[in-house]
Design a protein around this ligand. Structure first.
Ligand code: UDX
Length: 440
């Protein structure tokens, strides 16, 4: 089989590379000439474990290629995937669909045989139909169908998520399109992956429902964590105690500084706007959005409190700035709220992140960047863990304590054990776990 993938961003590149691993011939197209040149040279523009090898292997096998030319990419394809960005539109929170519709116009101009046009980007309900009418308007006689195939990839484990997904959701406009999609995902049928074959609208909404549900689940445990702190309960035991109930499930019950990333903040907001627009408001998700925004800001106050109520003239060491580990992605990362708030309160912030510092340096002016985790600590008044990178989980605590001016740790990801930390002589605070921080 043969497909074209429009957009070599996160979703397009991972999906394209993974389909080629399935044996499909994939041609990835992008308008960014420099990016295509880099990809042709084997340079991967994003940080995703395993992606460089996957791309190299499939390019070498002749199944994966990159081009600027959509016409060339669409020659003889069974399907063309739209995997362009759908950022939040300035001002109103709706998804900006201009890139999707521009892609539809260009596809229309190049259609010369029956092709399934698949939206892989996260798009609001109704977008597939709009793509269909754009193409129909430009090429009334063209032979094509539209399908929706949302992705559920997590950054950092995207390849595994693609190759062994919990399910595949396909919204198809016709049986002919459904058949093409079934053939594309044949390797997953062989490992008995459930395939939810449904209408275009349902597939589009399913993606938003999944992401907003997960955002709500995280927000729920974050609020329970705050309550735990007030009543002396331990949120990890609560999460385990409820998560073992199969109806609840134990994943996504880890408390933290609030969800960030390229999907949850954008998708919660977009679904809220769609629901308001059609007169069926999703009040629960409106509240989730509000709580999460406030939470990220409140995290700086925790750090200030741990420093004795003021950070004026003090140095705060920050470990981790990306929204989660194993990515260099800074989009909507809690650090973008926390660090400026600390600076505004008069702190000097020194930080380290294993992958995100290049992008973070652009977004977070005034931060002093260290070479490694220990490099952040020298004479700092406090260390705050913002991202749970593995290399922060096993720090030499004696060395940490000796480097800091005062042994204060604020662990916003709960990667250390409160008892161990107090025993090691730290004033330690985490999220939703009992044990008062040792007085300074
Ligand atoms: C998410 C969805 O998981 C994925 O299915 C979708 O396709 C894209 O959005 P991603 O944004 O890569 O993936 O990261 P994810 O691992 O889901 O984490 C999102 C945010 O939630 C991070 O900021 C993370 O720190 C936070 N989170 C996650 C928690 O705070 N607690 C949890 O228990 C899980």
């Amino acid at each position: 089989m043969r497909i074209a993938m429009i957009g070599t961003g996160y979703v397009g590149l991972v999906s394209g590379a993974c389909f080629s691993e399935f044996g499909v011939h994939v041609c990835c197209v992008d308008k960014d000439a420099e990016k295509i040149e880099r990809l042709k040279r084997g340079e991967i523009p994003i940080y995703e474990p395993g992606l460089d090898d996957l791309v190299a292997r499939n390019v070498a096998a002749g199944r994966l290629s990159f081009t600027l030319d959509l016409k060339e990419a669409m020659q003889g394809v069974d399907a063309v995937f739209i995997a362009v960005g759908t950022p939040t539109r300035r001002g109103d929170g709706h998804a900006d669909l201009s890139y999707v519709y521009a892609a539809a116009e260009e596809i229309a101009a190049n259609l010369d045989h029956y092709t399934v046009v698949v939206t892989k980007s996260t798009v609001p309900v109704g977008t597939g139909r709009e793509v269909e009418s754009i193409i129909r308007r430009v090429r009334p006689a063209a032979e094509f169908d539209v399908a929706s195939n949302p992705e559920f990839l997590r950054e950092g484990s995207a390849i595994g998520d693609f190759m062994r997904p919990d399910r595949v959701v396909i919204g198809a406009g016709s049986e002919r399109a459904a058949e093409v999609m079934r053939r594309l995902y044949r390797p997953l049928y062989l490992i008995e992956t459930p395939i939810v074959l449904t209408s275009l609208e349902t597939a589009e909404l399913t993606k938003y429902a999944a992401n907003t549900f997960l955002a709500a689940k995280i927000t729920f445990i974050n609020e329970i964590a705050d309550l735990c702190e007030k009543v002396g309960a331990d949120v990890h035991d609560v999460a385990r105690g409820i998560g073992l109930d199969g109806r609840i499930g134990k994943k996504f019950l880890h408390p933290g500084p609030g969800y960030g990333g390229s999907c949850f903040p954008k998708d919660t907001l977009a679904l809220v706007r769609t629901a308001q627009q059609v007169g069926s408001p999703l009040r629960i998700i409106e509240t989730v959005v509000d709580i999460n925004d406030k939470r990220k800001k409140a995290m700086a106050e925790r750090i200030v409190a741990a420093c004795g109520g003021s950070v004026e003239g003090r140095t705060v060491a920050v470990l981790g700035v990306t929204f989660k580990p194993n990515t260099d992605d800074m989009r909507d990362s809690p650090s973008l709220d926390i660090i400026p708030a600390l600076q505004k309160a008069g702190a000097h912030v020194r930080a380290f992140d294993p992958a995100g510092m290049h992008e973070a340096a652009r977004l977070l002016p005034g931060v002093e960047w260290a070479k490694d985790a220990y490099g952040t600590l020298q004479d700092a008044d406090c260390v705050a863990i913002l991202t749970e990178w593995n290399e922060f989980r096993a720090l030499d605590l004696k060395r940490v304590k000796a480097s800091l001016k005062r042994p204060v740790m604020v662990d916003l990801r709960n990667i250390y054990n409160p008892e161990d930390m107090v025993r090691a002589g730290f004033s330690y605070s985490s999220i939703g776990r009992p044990g008062k921080a040792k007085a300074l």
